[in-house]
Design a protein around this ligand. Structure first.
Ligand code: GLU
Length: 508
C-alpha cells in the first residue's frame, strides 16, 4: 500500500460533536496502525458559517483525547498552511482549469434570477435543480458568447464556477465500508465550485484539491458526506487524478439512544448527557456540557467512541489505545448506524476509574478537593480514596463520596434524623463520646471492638446507636465501615463532630 496519509478536516462551524471525535479517532487509529500520518486540516472556506473559537475548540478537544497530530494547523508540516482560508490563492487556478477543459462553466445568475426560475419551475410542477436540463438556458458561459462572458467578468459582475455534471452517466464508486456504490449522474446538480464574491472555493473544490496536494491516501469521514461522493469522483476524473485518488470509507451515523435519527445536542439536553468532548461556550452566552467537565477520563471516552460503529470481531470491550491501534480495521466498520448509549458511556468510565492505581485516583481526588479549597495530607487522601473508589463512576463522584472525611457535616440528612435522632439515642451518643475520649489507640480494630462491647454490655439496639453515631460523623447514612471512618478522620475531629450534632440538632 502507498504511504498512508489521512486527514481529519472539520469545518469550524461550532463545537466538535462526538461523532466528529469518532471520525478523528478512526483516522488516527488507522494512521498509527499503518505507520502513516494523521493530518488536521481546517476547512473554513464557508465564511457565513464560521464560528470564532471553534478551531481552537477542535484542537483542544483532540489534545484532551490524546489524539496527536502529525501535520496540521497547530503543528505545521510540509504542506502548510493547513487552514484553507490561508490557501485561497491556490484554488482559482484549478477551477479555471476545469472551465478550460469543459468540465465547468461560469454562471452569472443573480439570486433574484434564480428565485424567479425556481418559482417558474415550481408553478409548472417541477422541482428546481440547477443541472443539465436548464444550464444552457441560464446566464452561463454555456449560453453567452466568450466576449459577453469576458465583458461581464471585467465589469465586476459576480460569478460562480459550476461543475458541469454530465448527463445520464453511471458513476461507479467504491467505498471501503459500503462496497460498490453506483449513481446515475442525471440525479445530480451542477454544484458551485468557486465564488467570485468572496474569492473562495466551496467545500467540494477545496477538499478535492487539498486531498490531492496533501497526498491523502484514505478519506475516512462521516456518512453525511456520502451524497457528495459522486461529485468528488467526477472531480478526480475531471482533473485527470483518478489514478491517484484516495480510497474512501464513510462511517455510520451515531444514532439517538432510542435508535431513530441522528444523535443531536437536543438529545443530550433532554436525557442529560453531553454530546461534546469539552464544555462549549459560544458567544451567545449559552454553555453546553462536555465529557471532560462531567468527569470522564479521556481513555474511557475514546474506548466508548471506538466501539460505536466498529468492533474487533469479538466481545472485547475494554481496550487501551495501543490495543485499538493494533486491532482496528476498516473491514469491521459497520454500515448500520451506531446507537449511542449514555449508560454505556458511564459504564466505560466506571471500569476505567476502577482500574486506575490508587495513587492516580488520589491525585484526582486531591485536585477535586482543591476546587473546594481543601488541602489534605497525602496519606489521608490515599486512605480515603481506597475506601470510596469502588463506588465512583465519574471523577466528581470521588469528591461527593469523600467530602465528609475532610469537612465536618453542618447539615444532617432529614430522613436519617427523623429515624435515629430520638428516644435515648442522643444521650447514648453523649456517653459514647465520653467513652471514646478515653481511647488513645484510635484505630479501626480497637474502635470496632470498643463500640460493639460498649453497646452490647448495655444491651442497646446496635443498629440504632451505630446509625446515630454515623449521622454525627457523616451527616447521613451510608459510606464505609464506621470504625474505619473514625480512624481516618482522627480522634479530635470525631469527638468534635459528635459534639457538634448535639448543638445543631438541639436548636432545631
Ligand atoms: N469539512 C468537512 C466537515 O466539516 C469535511 C468532510 C470530509 O472529510 O471530506 O466534516
Amino acid at each position: 500500500m502507498k504511504n498512508v496519509r489521512v486527514r481529519f478536516a472539520p469545518s469550524p462551524t461550532g463545537a466538535l460533536h462526538i461523532g466528529g471525535v469518532r471520525t478523528a479517532l478512526y483516522n488516527y487509529l488507522f494512521a498509527r496502525q499503518m505507520g502513516g500520518k494523521f493530518i488536521l486540516r481546517i476547512e473554513d472556506t464557508d465564511s457565513q458559517r464560521f464560528v470564532p473559537g471553534a478551531e481552537d475548540y477542535i484542537i483542544k478537544s483532540l489534545e484532551w483525547c490524546g489524539i496527536t497530530i502529525d501535520e496540521g494547523v497547530s503543528v505545521g508540516g510540509p504542506h502548510a498552511p493547513y487552514r484553507q482560508s490561508e490557501r485561497r490563492e491556490i484554488y482559482l487556478k484549478y477551477a479555471l482549469q476545469l472551465v478550460t477543459d469543459g468540465w465547468a462553466y461560469y454562471a452569472f445568475d443573480t439570486p433574484e434570477e434564480l428565485d424567479a426560475i425556481r418559482k417558474e419551475q415550481e408553478t409548472a410542477g417541477k422541482t428546481f435543480s440547477y443541472n443539465y436540463t436548464i444550464r444552457q438556458n441560464l446566464s452561463t458561459s454555456l449560453k453567452l458568447s466568450p466576449e459577453e462572458v469576458q465583458t461581464r467578468i471585467d465589469r465586476g459582475d459576480q460569478w460562480v464556477i459550476r461543475f458541469k455534471m454530465p448527463e445520464n452517466t453511471i458513476i461507479k464508486m467504491n467505498d471501503l465500508v459500503r462496497g460498490e456504490v453506483n449513481v446515475n449522474s442525471s440525479t445530480l446538480d451542477d454544484k458551485v465550485l468557486y465564488k467570485s464574491a468572496d474569492a473562495l472555493p466551496t467545500y467540494h473544490l477545496a477538499n478535492i484539491v487539498d486531498d490531492k496536494l496533501m497526498e491523502i491516501s484514505h478519506v475516512i469521514r462521516g456518512e453525511e458526506w456520502l451524497p457528495s461522493l459522486p461529485l468528488h469522483f467526477m472531480l478526480y476524473k475531471a482533473f485527470g487524478w483518478s489514478e491517484v485518488q484516495p480510497q474512501f470509507a464513510h462511517l455510520p451515523l451515531l444514532l439517538k439512544p432510542e435508535g431513530n435519527g441522528k444523535l443531536s445536542k437536543r438529545d443530550g439536553d433532554k436525557l442529560g448527557f453531553p454530546v461534546f468532548p469539552l464544555e462549549w461556550t459560544p458567544q451567545d452566552g449559552t454553555t453546553s456540557r462536555g465529557y471532560k467537565e462531567d468527569g470522564y477520563l479521556p481513555q474511557a471516552f475514546l474506548n466508548m467512541l471506538a466501539l460505536l460503529g466498529w468492533n474487533p470481531g469479538d466481545d472485547k470491550e475494554i481496550m487501551s489505545i495501543d490495543e485499538m491501534i493494533s486491532l482496528f480495521s476498516i473491514d469491521k466498520v459497520s454500515k448500520a448506524g451506531a446507537r449511542f448509549s449514555p449508560q454505556k458511556a458511564l459504564w466505560f468510565n466506571e471500569q476505567y476509574l476502577r482500574a486506575l492505581p490508587n495513587e492516580e485516583l488520589a491525585q484526582l481526588l486531591d485536585s477535586q478537593l482543591k476546587t473546594i479549597q481543601i488541602t489534605a495530607p497525602k496519606e489521608k487522601v490515599a486512605a480515603v480514596v481506597e475506601l470510596v473508589r469502588a463506588r465512583a463512576v465519574l471523577i466528581p463522584d470521588l469528591l461527593t463520596l469523600a467530602k465528609f472525611y475532610f469537612v465536618a457535616p453542618t447539615q444532617y440528612d432529614e430522613k436519617v434524623v427523623q429515624k435515629f435522632w430520638k428516644n435515648e439515642n442522643p444521650t447514648h451518643l453523649k456517653n459514647i463520646t465520653l467513652m471514646l475520649t478515653q481511647i488513645d489507640d484510635f484505630t479501626a480494630l480497637v474502635l470496632d471492638k470498643a463500640l460493639h462491647d460498649w453497646i452490647q454490655e448495655r444491651e442497646l439496639p446496635m443498629g440504632q446507636v451505630m446509625n446515630t453515631l454515623r449521622l454525627s460523623i457523616v451527616g447521613a447514612s451510608g459510606g464505609a465501615s464506621l470504625p474505619e471512618i473514625l480512624e481516618i478522620i482522627g480522634k479530635e475531629d470525631a469527638l468534635q463532630r459528635m459534639n457538634n450534632i448535639q448543638t445543631v440538632l438541639k436548636t432545631i
